[in-house]
Design a protein around this ligand. Structure first.
Ligand SMILES: Nc1ncnc2c1ncn2[C@@H]1O[C@H](COP(=O)(O)OP(=O)(O)OP(=O)(O)O)[C@@H](O)[C@H]1O
Ligand SMILES: [Mg+2]
Length: 362
């Protein structure tokens, strides 16, 4: 059963700027949802509407079958951790975590137990008597998480809670947050603009752009079946390479023609891409779907521009028709700038997009 439902949700600030244009979404019980999208696409606005911190302009929000659209924040059974985790500097860690439990008039002994339990979850049980000013950024972040977890919310909202941490700690906290979610099972929405964070944490990713949802799906869905060029170009490091191509038919065979290479198509694929008389499209190829090959006519023959070693693999940049193409190769290929290279493709993993609508052809 859906725990949270957003129906035609929209927010316009000052009757001018659309923060969220339209969002329809159903979140299942115990799900870990990630909102992913570039800066300004409406992630925070949507979270604030769900939490009740921002009035909606249109649409409704249902939590466990109850319409909460106009309910004050404290009556929603939702906890939120903010982008700039505001914890109170004049309170000890214990008091920070205990604060909302005291407001709820929870018995003292239960408060102590709950604080110790959630502090244990985020590994700050040794810091309960400290003040925020005496702790690192990462530790303060954990306090904010513990404080939000302590109220055992029905819905747990986290708006870029790892944004103030250094790269290494972010990756550690990512794993810990996922482990906490598995332990508590609290239905969660997590916001990030880091696609690898989204891929590694989410049950389902909600990809947003300009205040709207572009695609909702598992990490595999959005990676292997990107709904459009925006998603294909946003997900993956490096992202999908795009090539404008024209469709050429010869007898019953088909090819995608680019100024620098030809790509043969199976009859089923040819039928798919040329439907409706389409003559041109955009071919998408992920960096790992190229295969080093002996030079031959028709495949991608180019010159290495830059080599970026990554340890487990290396990224080659080559230039093709004025565009940079990024290709992942194994680390034992010894290549240097200026070397000639040739690539064939993994034909099973080609992505086709309409050149006007930029949507996936499928
Ligand atoms: N209080 C406000 N008044 C007017 N416009 C606002 C307000 N808050 C946000 N906006 C606008 O609404 C749009 C969405 O903003 P929002 O903060 O939701 O984006 P975001 O996806 O969270 O971005 P980021 O990744 O940078 O945090 C932006 O164009 C922003 O400028
Ligand atoms: Mg934001």
């Amino acid at each position: 059963m859906a725990v949270l439902e957003l129906n035609d949700l929209a927010k316009r600030y000052n009757r001018k700027v659309w923060g969220v244009r339209k969002m329809d979404l159903e979140v299942e019980d115990r799900e870990f949802i990630v909102f992913l999208g570039p800066s300004g696409c409406g992630k925070t606005t949507c979270m604030r509407m769900i939490a009740g911190l921002e009035e909606t302009t249109r649409g409704s929000i249902n939590l466990e079958g109850r319409d909460i659209t106009d309910l004050p924040p404290r009556d929603r059974n939702i906890s939120m951790v903010f982008q700039n985790y505001a914890i109170w500097p004049h309170m000890t860690v214990f008091d920070n975590i205990a604060f909302s439990l005291k407001l709820k008039k929870m018995p003292k002994e239960d408060i102590r137990k709950t604080v110790e339990e959630v502090a244990g979850m985020v590994k700050i049980e040794q810091l309960l008597t400290r003040f925020p000013g005496q702790m690192s950024g990462g530790q303060q972040q954990r306090v904010a998480l513990a404080r939000a977890l302590a109220v055992k919310p029905k819905l747990f909202l986290m708006d870029e809670p790892l944004s103030n941490l250094d790269a290494k700690l972010r990756v550690v906290m990512r794993t810990e947050l996922k482990a906490i979610h598995q332990k508590t099972g609290a239905t969660s929405i997590f916001v990030t603009h880091d696609q690898s964070e989204a891929m590694s944490m989410a049950d389902r990713i909600v990809i947003m752009k300009d205040g709207e949802i572009i695609q909702v799906g598992t990490p595999e869905d959005v990676y292997f079946r990107s709904a459009d060029m925006f998603v294909a170009g946003f997900i993956g490091t490096p992202p999908t390479n795009f090539f404008p191509v024209s469709i050429r038919k010869e007898n019953d065979r088909g090819y995608l023609e680019h100024s620098d290479f030809n790509c043969p198509l199976g009859s089923e694929e040819l039928g798919l891409v040329s439907k409706g008389g389409r003559e041109e499209l955009v071919l998408g190829i992920r960096p790992e779907d190229f295969k080093l090959a002996a030079p031959r006519k028709g495949i991608l023959n180019a010159e290495v521009l830059v080599v970026e070693p990554q340890g487990s693999h290396q990224i080659l940049a080559v230039e093709l028709a004025g565009n940079i193409v990024k290709i992942i190769v194994s680390p034992d290929q010894k290549l240097a700038p200026g070397d000639p290279v040739s690539f064939d493709f993994d034909y099973k993993h080609l992505h086709f997009f309409d050149k006007d609508s930029e949507k996936r052809i499928s």
